[in-house]
Design a protein around this ligand. Structure first.
Ligand code: ACO
Length: 324
């Protein structure tokens, strides 16, 4: 039987760091009031990275992928599948995956983007695992990259303080030992109205809005419910319990959502990654960024069990329970 395992992880962040105080000062110049205290207590976020001229979803995905390839000790020619989870590709098409393939010099192979918003990376990881186990690919580059700062309405203080930009990537390769023990994907499209960017390009123009719209409280409730139920389903499928999880990496949107879910599941908080404090919500990049930090800091080690979870617009949710 074929399995897949994470051979290496990598990440990348924009150079510009924006603290809550700096953001509050920028918003104050627009006549909008917020504070470090409000943002910290409601979200846990202390700072985020925001792209500057020359930094894009593509450049971040490229740097994260190079770091993941290096960590996996493999070269671009070893890769035979590229999946990029993103909601903010540099162009409508070609896909970021095709652009990444070209920039890295990866030989002809399957390349596509996957759009499940903040659940995208976990959806992509589960998809790549299935393609590897079916024999369709042997070594996949799976990235999550987003520049949500492009979608933010800086006049909407209830959403613009929450997000940041970044990218993370893993090399997933075929292995003889079980890697991904359970992958759960769900979506409830009937809840699409609470978190969206309701615009499209038509006749060369943007029709509708290009800004993120969010009903914060409804998203909060949905996120807690779906994270808990998909985690429970993943544990049940793998025959494991919360006590078996060495490292919990939920989508890094809001520390209150994360601690709520960890509490309900009975996962000790010291086993939960909290990159949200310094990244904010980086959408599809949030889980692979936090995963890379867990690996590089030694908090997630070979042989340990990790639970990765995404949740986002759609509403989508996913859980990947794996042996690292
Ligand atoms: N600074 C100061 N005050 C603010 C700010 C701000 N940045 N934002 C909102 N407020 C005010 C509101 O105007 C409101 O004032 P009022 O009572 O005078 O009307 C008050 O704070 C409370 O607002 P609420 O929206 O009720 O605050 P809440 O406690 O719900 O926190 C938050 C808002 C942080 C957005 C929370 O609902 C949340 O985190 N929701 C989940 C959001 C999320 O994670 N989204 C991403 C999902 S993943 C994806 O796919 C993108």
């Amino acid at each position: 039987t074929l399995f897949s395992r994470i051979a290496g992880t990598g990440s990348a962040l924009p150079a510009r760091r924006v603290t809550n105080d700096e953001l509050a000062a920028e918003l104050a110049a627009r006549g909008i009031e917020t504070s470090d205290e409000w943002i910290r207590t409601r979200t846990g976020i202390a700072e985020r990275r925001i792209v500057s001229e020359g930094e894009t979803t593509h450049t971040l995905a490229l740097e994260a992928s190079r770091n993941a390839l290096q960590a996996a000790s493999c070269s671009p020619s070893d890769i035979d599948l590229v999946i990029v989870a993103t909601t903010t590709p540099d162009e409508l098409f070609p896909s970021e995956a095709c652009r990444l393939q070209a920039s890295l010099g990866i030989p002809p192979c399957g390349c596509f983007d996957l759009q499940a918003v903040c659940s995208g990376f976990v959806y992509a990881l589960i998809t790549a695992d299935s393609l590897i186990r079916s024999g369709a690919a042997r070594r996949a580059l799976v990235a999550g990259a987003d520049t949500f700062s492009r979608l933010l309405d800086w006049n909407d203080r209830s959403s613009c303080v929450l997000f940041g930009d970044g990218a993370g990537a893993v090399v997933l390769e075929a292995g003889a030992e079980p890697g991904l023990a359970a992958g759960v994907l769900v979506a409830d499209g009937s809840r699409g109205d609470i978190l969206r960017v309701p615009g499209r390009i038509e006749g060369g123009r943007l029709r509708g809005s290009g800004f993120l719209y969010m009903e914060g409280r409804a998203v909060f409730r949905e996120a807690v419910e779906s994270l808990e139920s998909t985690a429970r389903e993943a544990l049940a499928r793998a025959g494991l319990s919360a006590a078996d999880i060495d490292c919990y990496i939920p989508h890094q949107a809001n520390i209150r959502i994360m601690t709520h879910v960890a509490g309900r599941l009975g996962i000790p908080l010291e086993r939960m990654e909290t990159a949200v404090t310094h990244h904010g919500n980086t959408c599809a990049a949030s889980v692979p960024l936090a995963l890379d930090e867990a690996v590089r800091s030694g908090r997630l080690r070979r042989g340990q069990t990790a639970l990765l979870q995404g949740v986002g617009a759609g509403m989508t949710c996913a859980a990947a329970l794996l042996r690292y």
